[in-house]
Design a binder for this molecule. Structure first.
Ligand code: DAH
Length: 340
C-alpha cells in the first residue's frame, strides 16, 4: 500500500474517532465508541496497525510515526469524553441534592438590641470579678420589694402613685403584688436561699409609673450588685465599681465619686458618680447593706458585712453610645437599631 493511502486512512480514522467520542451522550455510547475505535481485538486502530504491514518497507518508519500520533490523539479524545461525562454526572447529582424547600441564606437583617448588648457586657465584666448573674421575678410581693429591704408600710416609696400594684384578686391570692420597682428584690431572694458569702449581680427590668421623657421611661433596666462576706468595706465597693467602669467604658483613668445619700436598705448610703468627659456622670445608688436587711434574711449582722449597688443600665448604655433620648431604645425604629 502506498504511504499516502495509509496516511489518509489514519487521518480519516482520527477525525471519525474524535466525532464519535465528542458526540457520546452517555457512558454506554462512549463504551460503544471505545470498542469500535480502540477495542483490543477488532478496534479500528488495531486494524490500521495491521495495515501498516502492507506499507512499502522504506516507508514503514514514517507510517509508524503517524500511527503513533493518531493513536495518542484518539486515546486523548476518549479520555476527554470520559471526563466530560463524569463531570456532567457530578453536576447532575448535586442538582438532585439541592432542596428548594430549605430556607435561604438572608443577608444579616437583625441586630442585637443595644440594651441586650449592654447587659451581656456587664455580665461578662462582673463575671470576671467573680460575680454570678442571677435572676428574679418581675412580679413581686411587698416583702421582697419593700419590707425586707427596710421599707416599712408608712414609707412614701410604697405610695400607689409611685408603683404598679396589681389587684390582689387578679393575682389570685391575698398577697399584694406589684411589678418590681427595683432589682434590690433579688438581693433578698438570694440571701434567703443562700448562706454567706454571697457575690451576685442581677440584671433586669423594673417598672415605675413615670411619664416618658428623654431620661425617663416607665420600664427600664437595673444592674444590682451584692457582696456579703466577713470584713467587706466601702473601699471594696469603690474598687469594684471603678474596675467595672474602666472595663465597660474602656478608659484607664476612671474615677468614682460617692455623694452621701439615703436608701432604706443601706447605711451609709451613697450616690455613685463616675468621671466623664471632664465632668461627673451619675450612675445610681449604693451603700453598705443595712444590718436590718441582713437580719431580715437571717444573716448574723455581727459576722458579715456587705455592699450593694443599683445602677441604671439605660443610662450607662446611653452614655457609652451617645444616645440622648431613652425613648429611642424602645420605639423600635429600625433606622436607630441598625446602628448597633
Ligand atoms: N434600688 C435603688 C433604686 O432603685 C438603687 C440602689 C441604691 C440599689 C442603693 C442598691 C443600693 O443596691 O445599695 O433607686
Amino acid at each position: 500500500m502506498a504511504l499516502s493511502d495509509f496516511l489518509a486512512q489514519l487521518e480519516q480514522l482520527a477525525v471519525e474517532a474524535q466525532a464519535a467520542f465528542d458526540s457520546a451522550a452517555d457512558s454506554d455510547a462512549l463504551e460503544a465508541a471505545r470498542i469500535d475505535f480502540v477495542g483490543a481485538k477488532q478496534g479500528r486502530l488495531k486494524a490500521a496497525q495491521k495495515g501498516m504491514g502492507q506499507v512499502d518497507g522504506p516507508d514503514k518508519p514514517a507510517a509508524g510515526k503517524k500511527f503513533n500520533e493518531v493513536k495518542q490523539a484518539v486515546e486523548a479524545a476518549f479520555e476527554a469524553a470520559k471526563q466530560r461525562l463524569s463531570d456532567g454526572a457530578a453536576t447532575q447529582a448535586s442538582a438532585q441534592r439541592f432542596d428548594p424547600t430549605l430556607p435561604g441564606h438572608l443577608p444579616r437583617v437583625g441586630h442585637t438590641h443595644p440594651i441586650t448588648q449592654t447587659i451581656a457586657d456587664m455580665k461578662e465584666i462582673m463575671g470576671r470579678l467573680g460575680f454570678a448573674a442571677v435572676e428574679g421575678p418581675e412580679i413581686e410581693d411587698e416583702w421582697h420589694n419593700f419590707e425586707a429591704l427596710n421599707i416599712p408600710l408608712v414609707h412614701p416609696a410604697r405610695d400607689p402613685l409611685d408603683n404598679f400594684y396589681l389587684a390582689a384578686a387578679q393575682a389570685g391570692g391575698n398577697d399584694t403584688l406589684l411589678l418590681r420597682s427595683q432589682t434590690s428584690t433579688v438581693q433578698i431572694r438570694v440571701m434567703e436561699q443562700t448562706p454567706p458569702p454571697v457575690r451576685i449581680i442581677s440584671l433586669g427590668r423594673v417598672y415605675r409609673p413615670d411619664t416618658a421623657d428623654d431620661t425617663h421611661y416607665p420600664m427600664f433596666h437595673q444592674i444590682e450588685g451584692l457582696l456579703v462576706a466577713p470584713g467587706v468595706t466601702m473601699a471594696d465597693l469603690k474598687s469594684v465599681l471603678r474596675m467595672f467602669c474602666q472595663s465597660y467604658f474602656g478608659e484607664q483613668d476612671v474615677h468614682i465619686r460617692f455623694r452621701p445619700s439615703f436608701f432604706p436598705f443601706t447605711e451609709p448610703s451613697v450616690e455613685v458618680d463616675m468621671s466623664w468627659q471632664a465632668g461627673w456622670m451619675e450612675m445610681g445608688g449604693a451603700g453598705m447593706v443595712d444590718p436590718n436587711v441582713l437580719r431580715a434574711v437571717g444573716y448574723d449582722a455581727d459576722e458579715v458585712t456587705g455592699f450593694a449597688f443599683g445602677l441604671g443600665v439605660e443610662r450607662i448604655c446611653m452614655r457609652r453610645h451617645g444616645i440622648t433620648d431613652i425613648r429611642n431604645l424602645y420605639t423600635n425604629d429600625v433606622r436607630f437599631l441598625e446602628q448597633f
